[in-house]
Each structure stands twice: as structure tokens, then as C-alpha cells.
Design a protein around this ligand. Structure first.
Ligand code: IDP
Ligand code: MG
Length: 140
């Protein structure tokens, strides 16, 4: 296993309920290091660009509206096998199918408002990290 980086987003349903610290604790306890982090409000244009890969899916419009409905916290995590580890800690997309002890099982409101985003491959992680952060903003 190699040291990897992945992009994480704490979504508006979670920032609204003041869950930033509780969610970060899950990741840090599992050994991921938060090497960059900022809170921002996505514009519609930026949300659409970030989720471009889903633009043909029926939920695309609603997803982009949701992601602009409040602040998000965008983060870079670093650690052993970070991409897979992050996704394991998040749990399945649909909280009804997420394993016990995962963030989505414990915190998600719905399949859409599911509290966190995580990159799904090391390659996509690179693109997604560059979408939000310059190299100088990431401090390992
Ligand atoms: P992931 O976040 O687990 O990687 P994706 O399939 O990449 O799941 O979907 C991106 C996001 O789109 C999900 O996290 C969720 O917010 C939303 N989403 C996915 N599937 C649905 C759906 O069937 N209905 C509504 N929203 C969905
Ligand atoms: Mg995804």
C-alpha cells in the first residue's frame, strides 16, 4: 500500500447540523491526516463542473442545488491507502445500505444529503484535489 491523497467534502446537510468536528474525528481516528481544509460556498457553476461526470443522471440538477444550499468543507486527506480507506469510513452512497459505524449510516439524511463526498479512485482524486486546491495550500 502506498501513501495516497484523496479529496473529501463535508456536504451542506452536515455543516448545517454542526457536524464538521464529529466527521473529521472519524477520519482522523482511522489514521487519515487532514493536510488541507477550507470552508466555502459552491456556486451553481462550480457544483455543476465538479459533478460533470453525473450530468446525464436524473439526480444531477437536484444534487447541484443541494450542494449549493449551504457551506461545504473541502479537504485533502493523506494516508496509507487513503482513497479506499476514506470510502470505507464514509459508507455506501445510500445510508439505508451503509454499514454500521460508517459516517453515512450515522449521519446521512438521505441518498442525496449523505453528509460526505470522497474521491472514488486515485486518478479522480488528483483531478478533484486540483479543482479546489493549489499545491501551496496542501501541507503534508
Ligand atoms: P458517491 O458519493 O458514493 O461516490 P455517486 O454515485 O458518485 O456516489 O453520486 C454522487 C452523489 O450524488 C452522491 O453522494 C449523492 O449525494 C448523489 N446521489 C447519488 N445517487 C443518487 C440518487 O439515486 N438520488 C439522489 N441523489 C443521488
Ligand atoms: Mg462518486
Amino acid at each position: 500500500m502506498a501513501i495516497e491523497r484523496t479529496l473529501s467534502i463535508i456536504k451542506p446537510d452536515a455543516t448545517r447540523r454542526n457536524l464538521t468536528g464529529a466527521i473529521n474525528q472519524r477520519f482522523e481516528s482511522a489514521g487519515l491526516r487532514i493536510v488541507a481544509q477550507k470552508r466555502l460556498r459552491l456556486t451553481r457553476e462550480r457544483a455543476e463542473a465538479f459533478y460533470e461526470v453525473h450530468k446525464e443522471r436524473p439526480f444531477y440538477g437536484d444534487l447541484c442545488a443541494f450542494m449549493t444550499s449551504g457551506p461545504v468543507v473541502v479537504q485533502v486527506f493523506e494516508g496509507e491507502d487513503a482513497v479506499a480507506k476514506n470510502r470505507e469510513i464514509m459508507g455506501a452512497t445510500n445510508p439505508a445500505e451503509a454499514a454500521d459505524g460508517t459516517i453515512r449510516k450515522d449521519f446521512a439524511e438521505s441518498i442525496e444529503a449523505n453528509s460526505v463526498h470522497g474521491s472514488d479512485s486515485a486518478e479522480n482524486a488528483k483531478t478533484e484535489i486540483a479543482f479546489f486546491f493549489s499545491d501551496g495550500e496542501i501541507v503534508g
